[in-house]
Design a protein around this ligand. Sequence first.
Ligand code: AMP
Ligand code: MG
Length: 520
Amino acid sequence: MTPSLNFDNRFLRELPGDTDNRQHPRQVIGACWSPVHPTPVASPQLIAYAHEVADALDLDASALAAPELLEALAGNRLLPGMQPYATCYGGHQFGQWAGQLGDGRAIMLGEVLNRSGQRFELQLKGAGPTPYSRRADGRAVLRSSIREFLCSEAMHHLGVPTTRALSLVGTGESVLRDMFYDGNPVAEPGAVVCRVAPSFTRFGHFELLAARGDQALLQRFVDFTITRDFPALQATAEQRIATWFLDICERTAEMVVHWMRVGFVHGVMNTDNMSILGLTIDYGPYGWVDNFDPGWTPNTTDAAGRRYCFGRQPEIARWNLERLTDALSGLLPAPEALQAGLKHYDAVYAQAFNRAFAEKFGFRTWREDDADLLDAAFELMRRAEVDMTLFFCGLAQIDLNDPHIEILQDAFYRDDLRHRFSGEFSRWLKRYAARLQQDAAPVPERIARMQRSNPRFVLRNYLAQQAIEAAEQGDFGPIKQLLEVLRQPYTEQAGRDSFSAKRPDWARHKAGCSMLSCSS
Ligand code: AMP
Ligand code: MG
């Protein structure tokens, strides 16, 4: 039986579309979307589903088993109600205005309304060219698709706002990629991910209309977005846009605090990769901090400038919000009203950051002088090359009467640095123990708080790479095992210690483990 999904395609219905229905690359003016068709692939093969996402879409086991669904998720057929299109957006890339970009390899299938009335856009990534593909092929390689599939689900289970992934499907076709842009293209297996989110709208959607001076369509798109994606927003007509922007600032601040809390580095925070809903979006050359280093960037294209390194993410998110104020200011009689949003970003960021780190350290509340203790920890972790995830897990084991560096034993990557910094760590642990004593929380309560906010299992770069290498040999087992482990990132899992182990030496400088290219 053909699986049934309840489509209600408002984006198409309420916003103007492109009248040209050919797929050649072009500038699309005066429209928010272009009609497109996914390009069928040779032999679709299901690699993995995320059953939680299927549940949210009301897809049951029989629907998931239906060949028609697999074909639809590969781009080989449309299910009733699907109306494929690609959306038009621009963006600032690495600090420069880049003009029109758009969904070059993402094809929207429509908006599903589930039984509880929740709305989800469904989008295939890697399903072939669109008018926004410029000179590229609209396809995605298996390695980057595995990374997107696993990471969006891992982030969700960590409690980080993110787009989701329903499925990962191999295409049975190969894709040519020059991974290090050194003139050596290689044929790699291709794949398609079905991404799911309430909205895939980006800052860049608004920026492009503003850059083209199309104020009427900009106003229409803003009204549409507020109505469809921010139904809870309450404001007078006059204050509507400023209040909306304030909400975007708040969501963005909270998202970035989560990234800093779990050690996630997005890697390409261009404004076209910034979600209006404050969701982590577009998993490309992202990475997870192993040895703590605010200057680390996983993206080889960013290695020289380090614009998108771990420690600069809060500042860059704010810069991106400023670009959104540039785009929106023409719609307001008094554009200064948007400045309140940016101030709100700073305040929410500081507050949420302190709250998150109070929990990570096990404090009931954050005190002003805790910032010194935190800075001292970050500085020591950086100099001694200590693993961020294992450091915070280790802290929960502290004996307040006899704080000992043994609890951090596993977090060091280098013995020489462990010896060199052991005195400083011991002194820091004494300060930390004294601070915990002042908090006077019962020990089990503190430990529970710390375990809730310090993940044991994150998608370490080398773990993803191992799953990729197995998949490229035809073994999809490790993808499923990883997904299973990452479903409960805060819980100790018997027999799965290897998934929480620090990066092995062989992975320190290996491609895919410590550096990622944008080529995907
Ligand atoms: P990204 O760096 O992945 O955020 O992509 C930036 C822009 O390039 C977006 O407009 C993408 O749709 C487009 N793009 C990236 N890869 C491809 C591809 N293989 N085919 C077509 N467009 C692409
Ligand atoms: Mg993108």
